[in-house]
Design a protein around this ligand. Structure first.
Ligand code: NAD
Length: 310
């Protein structure tokens, strides 16, 4: 039936998000899933028999569902999922479908897809709704969504119901593509804070301070911040932080580089000068290709800057 849900892109984030829907949606609603990697489709179909069904293309997914989510790596993938002339979402009649892209991509690509749909499928609605909270958040169903629309948008209530099955926080950012702008501002800030924590810790440790003592100073002082408290870049300070587990299981440094460079692109487009941006990007670029850091949590920037000589 067309009241079903479609999910395209079943990677580190998309798979657990689709699983939240599979376990929480009423038994009468089915989910049709698609990824370019076939094995992950089969895995979900086998895990949720009678609930999750295999899609053969984005077009096939959209022909069998009313609300469709996408969660793919980059703008080029979003373009192909939506705009491919043969297999894309937009290559079939969209009627009044709701299309929600949760990928972190550039605002220009998102607006291009949005405009294409507005022109060729005027009854359908497309939203940017990027997320924060990481793979752990996706598994626990506690991610935050930053949605590119106003709270008064006619679809917002319906959209909220579905997004709340996958996450706990929902912020309407005002207009199309502003969910993405908000996400890029957030990751720019969070990426810089991680570098600042690392540098301050390295300096203090060189001076002879215990990183736990110094981190509690930051917590008691004006430098109080959540990267220090929950994602401390120095191993052994915050027991649950990825750094205390070999920098495993967090937000990959390559993704931070990607988001940081998307944020720099947004700033360029807007004519905004980011004085710390170039240094930040350079740091994440070199950390991403550092064999001691590659594929690890982005707070491994502490190790890249020489703080953790393992
Ligand atoms: P991932 O690489 O683990 O998964 C992406 C999935 O998309 C893969 O399974 C891939 O096969 C599939 N895919 C690629 N092209 C496709 C296409 N044309 N059609 C169908 N499927 C296709 O990436 P991820 O970590 O799940 O991240 C997805 C998005 O979410 C990215 O934009 C990322 O920046 C963002 N994000 C990630 C995290 C995180 O912690 N991993 C957190 C917040 C946001």
């Amino acid at each position: 039936s067309v009241s079903n849900i479609g999910f395209i892109g079943l990677g580190a984030m998309g798979k657990p998000m689709a699983e939240q829907l599979a376990t929480k949606l009423p038994s009468t609603t089915t989910i049709i899933v698609y990824d370019v990697v076939e094995s992950v489709i089969n895995e979900l179909v086998e895990k949720y028999p009678g609930k999750v069904f295999a899609g053969t293309s984005p077009k096939h997914v959209v022909e069998n569902s009313q609300t469709i989510f996408s969660m793919v790596p980059e703008g080029s993938h979003v373009r192909s999922v939506y705009l491919d002339a043969k297999t894309g979402v937009c290559s079939t009649n969209l009627g009044n479908r709701l299309l929600v892209d949760c990928s972190t991509i550039d605002t220009a690509t998102s607006l291009e897809v949005k405009d294409y749909i507005a022109t060729h499928h005027p009854k359908a609605s497309f939203y940017d709704a990027p997320v924060s909270g990481g793979v752990i958040g996706a598994i626990k169903g506690t991610i935050a969504f930053f949605v590119g629309c106003a709270e008064t948008d006619p679809n917002f209530a319906q959209l909220s119901q579905l997004l709340k099955l996958m996450g706990t926080q929902l912020i309407a950012c005002g207009k199309p593509s502003l969910g993405l702008s908000a996400k890029l501002c957030n990751n720019y800030l969070s990426g810089l804070i991680a570098i600042a924590n690392s540098e301050a810790l390295i300096m203090g440790m060189k001076a002879g301070l215990d990183p736990r003592v110094l981190s509690s100073v930051f917590g008691a002082g004006t430098a109080q911040n959540t990267i220090c408290d929950r994602f401390n870049p120095c191993p052994g300070v915050a027991p649950d932080a990825p750094s205390s587990n070999g920098y495993k299981g967090g937000f990959k440094v390559q993704l931070m580089k990607k988001d940081f460079s998307l944020a720099m692109g947004l700033a360029r487009e807007l004519g905004v000068e980011l004085v710390l941006g170039a240094q930040g990007l350079k740091t994440y670029e070199s950390a991403s290709s550092d064999p001691k850091c590659k594929d690890l949590d982005s707070r491994v920037v502490f190790r890249h800057l020489g703080g953790d000589e393992e």
